[in-house]
Design a protein around this ligand. Structure first.
Ligand SMILES: C[S@@+](CC[C@H](N)C(=O)[O-])C[C@H]1O[C@@H](n2cnc3c(N)ncnc32)[C@H](O)[C@@H]1O
Length: 221
């Protein structure tokens, strides 16, 4: 697979970028609310009856709090302490009792006794430093048969101007984070290589070309 690092940046630089924009990110609105609701409903149906769920790259906690009623407990993590601060504020306001937030980069999340029943990775797998290392870790923290559910932008399937012009320019002025560029096919291939069987490959966007596949994959080895 040809994952490509556009500008290599260490994890602490990633955390600083997301810390800087956390309040603005929290105040922003969801770009495609209809598509988001489809993803929430589909994820809720896949989680039904499951015990311990990990969400990696949880941002300000919106999705973990939305799905709290569909799992026994959700441990939600993010590389950015500022994102986690906001998530904890929202948690306190919500009165939800079965969600906890922790600072952790993808690939170094806390372990759960016996493993997680499911891992959620929304809009984050293209942001990690090394996709293979991250998938290997997520496979290892899941129970055998556990589910990895992802919706991730596949930059290599987008308009080349975004990948080759817009993102590099924005990175140069500090307005875009480190990203990996892979196709949807390459992402699916990486999951299979790391012992996942893909059980759902869907598109949830309500408009436009959708290069963010919703993938549900079972840990089979
Ligand atoms: C685009 S936001 C998505 C947030 C949330 N998952 C959502 O879908 O709304 C990306 C999030 O991933 C986090 N992030 C970036 N790189 C990460 C990494 N290597 N490990 C864990 N989290 C990371 C950022 O701090 C940010 O909160």
């Amino acid at each position: 697979m040809t994952t490509q690092t556009m500008i290599a940046a260490p994890a602490d630089a990633d955390a600083r970028f997301w810390n800087r924009i956390a309040r603005k990110y929290a105040a922003g609105s969801i770009a495609d609310p209809t598509g988001y609701e489809t993803t929430i409903a589909r994820t809720a149906s896949l989680l039904e009856g499951l015990g311990h769920v990990l969400e990696t790259g949880c941002g300000t906690g919106t999705t973990a709090l939305r799905l709290a009623g569909n799992a026994g407990h959700i441990t939600a993590t993010d590389i950015s302490p500022a994102m986690i601060d906001i998530a904890r504020e929202r948690l306190a306001d919500s009165g939800t009792g079965n969600v906890s937030f922790q600072v952790a980069p993808s690939g170094a999340e806390p372990l759960a006794a016996g493993g997680y029943d499911a891992v959620l990775a929304f809009n984050v797998l293209h942001l990690v430093q090394n996709l293979d290392d991250t998938l290997a870790h997520l496979q290892a923290v899941l129970k055998p048969g556990g589910l990895l559910i992802s919706k991730t932008p596949c930059l290599a399937d987008m308009n080349p101007l975004i990948r080759w012009v817009m993102i590099p320019v924005m990175q140069m002025i500090g307005k875009a984070p480190h990203v990996l560029s892979f196709t949807c096919g390459e992402l699916a291939g990486a999951l299979r290589r790391h012992g996942f069987e893909i059980i759902a490959d869907e598109r949830h966007a309500s408009k436009g070309k959708d290069t963010r596949p919703f993938l549900a994959a079972r840990a089979v080895s």
